[in-house]
Design a binder for this molecule. Structure first.
Ligand code: URP
Ligand code: ZN
Ligand code: ZN
Length: 466
């Protein structure tokens, strides 16, 4: 099959070219020398459209359990929203239960995903227990294609690692050629702030952000950079939400050459920390419920600084931390106070269009940088280079046809709940029209071709690039 007449958008610039697909891969890219390519049988006419690589979201929680059989929207509905929004690959998290082995958790999460997922996926592994038995599992997991491990400095008595435990995790992961992803908030500072709020009767969702003070993230970011450099362990700081955190990351990177170190230090930003802000907590009970996520939404000034940082390439990845819970569920559980509200928001369906509308169409970010942040860099950094994230011969034929023209108001895709969306009704520009996954059509004219699962697990292998 050929896709002709479109403009390929790559990290190195646009290219008027026709693209051929064979056996699920990109088999040829022919720069167009004339303007009269004609659609025939077996060709798709992409005239007037942009051809993008299938987008890669390196941070989702498609089926996050929450006790009592409750979980976020689930693998099927979330992966449908992903495809409709032009994301063909996601990397989710296997979260072990207390006392459970990492390997068993991975097996369970993989089985759940395989039963329901429509897009391709990889798994990071969350580590909350750094006993010798758990750390001993890490080499085999890296060899199996799970080279990335998330540790938390937040959530005391549940997920939090002490600095000593984080350091032990980093040493083991570094030895095996993996990378650590860190949720950088200080669990002790958050706990103290939360106690003050609860003791003074401030229990509604609007108080949630005050239980996550800026100082808590800044301290944790500072600490985790020191720990990663000391262990020479590749690090991604996930969901960076503050200008000051990004400054610390840039500072650490810039100081590396002086100290002769090459430790890779990456920064991830999520959609909601760029194009939603703390005013949402003051916009009524339901708006505040929707915005209960961690780290919380921050000031407008922070969002602007981070959006500039993404455009400049200081932030490497644009992810979503997609973790959607229906508003009804958040409202029900809020009866116990804001700490009982499940944290998270959707975003996997919105990422390409909202980032295009807010940053590319407004001239803040180049198209090249947009494709780097949404497609190329997540694949490269997370070990999918050679297969995902690029329009290049030999890569999987994960392809999006994007129409940059339409102006409309955003409506969440698939089964996503509009009442809990941070962007429902927002004026936006650009639409995902057609999507192929490994050469198979999965979205046509903005609609899913089939609701049936067809996604594959992706083993990942990291290359060390500072
Ligand atoms: O609020 C959020 N981000 N929920 C998902 C879990 C996490 O910490 O990434
Ligand atoms: Zn996190
Ligand atoms: Zn997350």
């Amino acid at each position: 099959m050929d896709i002709i007449g479109g403009t390929l958008i790559t990290g190195r610039g646009p290219l008027d070219a026709d693209l051929a697909i064979a056996d699920g891969r990109i088999s040829d890219i022919r720069p167009r020398t004339t303007h009269d390519a004609k659609a025939t049988d077996g060709t798709v006419d992409a005239t007037g459209l942009w051809v993008l690589p299938g987008a890669v979201d390196a941070h989702t929680h498609f089926g996050m359990p929450l006790g009592q059989g409750i979980s976020s929207l689930g693998w099927r509905d979330s992966s449908q929203a992903a495809l409709l929004g032009g994301t063909t690959t996601i990397i989710d998290f296997a979260n072990p239960e207390p006392g459970q082995s990492l390997t068993e958790a991975v097996d369970q999460w993989q089985a759940r995903a395989d039963a329901d997922v429509l897009c391709d996926y990889g798994l990071h592994v969350t580590v909350t227990d750094t006993s010798a038995d758990r750390l001993a599992e890490i080499p085999a997991l890296v060899a199996r294609g799970l080279p990335t491990f998330k540790g938390f400095l937040a959530y005391k008595d549940r997920l939090m690692l002490t600095p000593t435990q984080m350091s032990a995790l980093m040493t083991t992961v570094q030895t095996c050629g993996g990378m650590v992803l860190v949720h950088a908030e200080d669990g002790l500072l958050n706990e103290a702030a939360e106690q003050v709020l609860l003791n003074t009767g401030r229990t509604g969702p609007r108080w949630h952000p005050l239980a996550h003070p800026a100082e808590s993230e800044i301290q944790a970011v500072t600490q985790v950079l020191d720990l990663a450099l000391a262990a020479d362990c590749p690090l991604t700081i996930v969901h960076i939400s503050l200008a000051e955190s990004l400054k610390k990351l840039c500072e650490a990177r810039n100081n590396r050459p002086r100290s002769g170190q090459t430790t890779p230090l990456y920064g991830e930003v999520c959609l909601h920390h760029l194009w939603a802000d703390a005013r949402t907590y003051e916009a009524g009970h339901e708006a505040a419920l929707a915005a209960v996520l961690s780290p919380p939404l921050r000031t407008e000034a922070d969002t602007r600084f981070l959006a500039d940082g993404l455009a400049a390439g200081d932030l490497d990845l644009l992810s979503t931390d997609h973790c959607e819970f229906p508003l009804k569920l958040k409202a029900q559980l809020s009866a116990g106070g804001f700490p009982c509200i499940p944290n998270g928001a959707g975003g996997v369906g919105e990422r390409l269009v909202i980032s295009y509308s807010q940053s590319v169409a407004t001239g803040l970010m180049s198209r090249e940088r947009w494709v780097q942040a949404c497609c190329e860099r997540p694949a490269e950094i997370m070990g999918l280079d050679g297969r995902k994230g690029r329009l290049e011969v030999g890569y999987d034929a994960d392809i999006v046809l994007f129409d940059p023209e339409p102006d409309y108001r955003w409506h969440p895709l698939g089964q996503s709940d509009p009442s809990v969306s941070l962007w429902a009704g927002l004026p936006c520009q650009g639409q995902v029209k057609y999507v192929w996954l490994r050469g198979q059509p999965v979205v046509q004219n903005g609609r899913l071709v089939s609701p049936e699962p067809g996604g594959q697990f992706l083993p990942r292998h990291l290359k060390r690039t500072p």
